[in-house]
Design a protein around this ligand. Structure first.
Ligand code: ACO
Length: 434
């Protein structure tokens, strides 16, 4: 248990001393609890981009950016990626413990039970113009589930009802993503096959042709997909998880709250980076493959170009997920016998950036998104689907973060600001204004 109140912190303001408790987490992380700062001193803290703000206590995920450590509920990401499957890790995030055999079977069966979506959802798909971005469609589709399950709108619903919404989201997310993929191709939708495990079912709905009765997902791809989803499953208070907590804190329903998380993930500085990485590599290839030219562009302060897939807000040594995924990437490409010229560009870029003092000084290393896109591409996913795949992986993390917030009865999220606008002004009627 965190050792609260072990020490205090003294803050001096306008010559007066104020005491605030220091909170220590289980891994020794320390925070000054300033929740009473404004009441006692009249001051607020200012931390644009929340670079140094702890928004919550949480028992879900621990990460140490300096040491490159990531653990879920105490288990290392290396162990989970190597020894567990995605549904097991989802259970761990959602329930706090790894499932035993019966618990896993029960969870797995419950998820399988909910994989179908209402047929009317197809009508919504018909309204999207051809080529509309999968993430825009995914936000709309997940949000629209609230229309099919109106009881889930009640913020004071029972634990059973909350559990059912969680199962529905976990089960329907891959179905909806696969539908988006099929609709983009103009192909008929492939219905879930509930004899298949979670990942195989997703791959089957995505890559099986409706007339191909013999489709079997490649075990190499099933394994890699499990790893990719695990590596994306949670990452404590990142932009989308914080969005989920903030939106959920107003007691908005879980479907709308998840849709907000997906919207936050879409941006190129967050989950959208995996699509941007591949587009950047293609651009470099199309431009003649001169990697140094693009490294120089990234360093040029007058050029807005950034090396996508490099840098991370919290990892300032290496991203442990990138290490695992890099190996998975090599395995998949070797086993599938893929010789991708874009991978050669990626390797050269990685090498050039890692040896360049600009990147070393700023502690910019390849992040998880640098490699994930290359694997997704080898699996056959189009670039525009990449961020939607990230969303499939991140879903249990978002729900776990939301659950924790609800269980702890946390108040509505409502930051303060420092106003920098005009002082009071006299209103001048429209006709008299200069
Ligand atoms: N290429 C070139 N320079 C970079 C890059 C990059 N990818 N990332 C950061 N820098 C530079 C900045 O220009 C800045 O330089 P300066 O100190 O000379 O001004 C310095 O490094 C610090 O950068 P910040 O933007 O302040 O770092 P912050 O923590 O706010 O941003 C972020 C982190 C958004 C991930 C950033 O590194 C970035 O834009 N990376 C590319 C996008 C990306 O890959 N996003 C995926 C993140 S992982 C994920 O969401 C799953």
């Amino acid at each position: 248990m965190p050792d609260t109140n072990a020490q205090n912190c003294t803050i001096t303001l306008e010559g007066k001393n104020y005491e605030f408790p220091v909170i220590t987490g289980t891994e020794g992380e320390k925070a000054i609890d300033i929740s009473k700062l404004r009441d006692t001193t009249g001051y607020v803290t200012l931390d644009i981009g929340y670079k140094n703000t702890g928004a919550t206590k949480s028992a879900i995920t621990f990460l140490d950016g300096e040491e490159g450590i990531l653990r879920h509920r105490g288990y290392s990401i290396e162990d989970l990626a190597e020894k567990a499957n995605f549904l097991e890790v989802s259970y761990l995030l959602l329930k706090g413990e790894l499932p035993n055999k019966e618990q896993f079977e029960d969870f797995d069966n419950s998820v399988r039970h909910h994989t179908l979506v209402n047929e009317d959802l197809q009508n919504i798909f018909r309204t999207f113009p051809t080529g509309s971005h999968p993430m825009g469609q995914l936000i709309a589709m997940i949000s629209s589930l609230s229309a099919y399950y109106p009881k889930a709108l009640d913020p004071h619903r029972s634990p059973e009802a909350k559990n059912r919404t969680t199962l529905r989201l976990m089960a329907k997310m891959p179905t909806i993503c696969a539908m988006i993929y099929k609709k983009r191709l103009g192909h008929p939708v492939v219905y879930p096959n509930n004899n298949l495990d979670y990942v195989s079912n997703f791959l089957s709905m995505t890559f099986k042709h409706v007339s191909d009765a013999d489709y079997q997902p490649d075990p190499v791809i099933v394994d890699a997909m499990n790893k990719l989803l695990i590596l994306h499953a949670d990452h404590e208070q990142n932009c989308s998880a914080s969005t989920v907590r903030l939106v959920g804190s107003s007691q908005s329903n879980l479907y709308a709250t998840t849709a907000a998380g997906i919207a936050a993930l879409w941006g190129p500085l967050h989950g959208g980076a995996n699509q941007e990485v591949l587009e950047m590599l293609e651009q470099i290839k199309g431009d003649g493959g001169n990697v140094q030219k693009w490294v120089d562009k990234a360093k040029d302060k007058n050029d807005p170009f950034r090396l996508m897939g490099f840098g991370h807000r919290v990892y300032k040594n290496f991203d442990p997920r990138a290490k695992i995924i890099k190996k998975t990437c090599d395995d998949v490409l070797n086993k599938l016998g893929i010789n991708d010229p874009v991978l050669e560009i990626a390797k050269k870029l990685e090498e050039a950036a890692l040896t360049d003092p600009y990147f070393a000084e700023r502690k910019l290393y390849p992040n998880v998104d640098f490699y994930s896109g290359i694997i997704y591409r080898a699996m056959g996913f189009p670039t525009e689907m990449f961020t939607a795949l990230f969303a499939v992986g991140r879903l249990p993390g978002w729900i776990a973060q939301w659950q924790e917030m609800v269980q702890e009865n946390q108040p509505i999220g409502r930051p303060r600001q420092i106003y920098t606008g005009h002082m009071p002004r006299t209103f001048i009627p429209r006709g008299e204004r200069q």
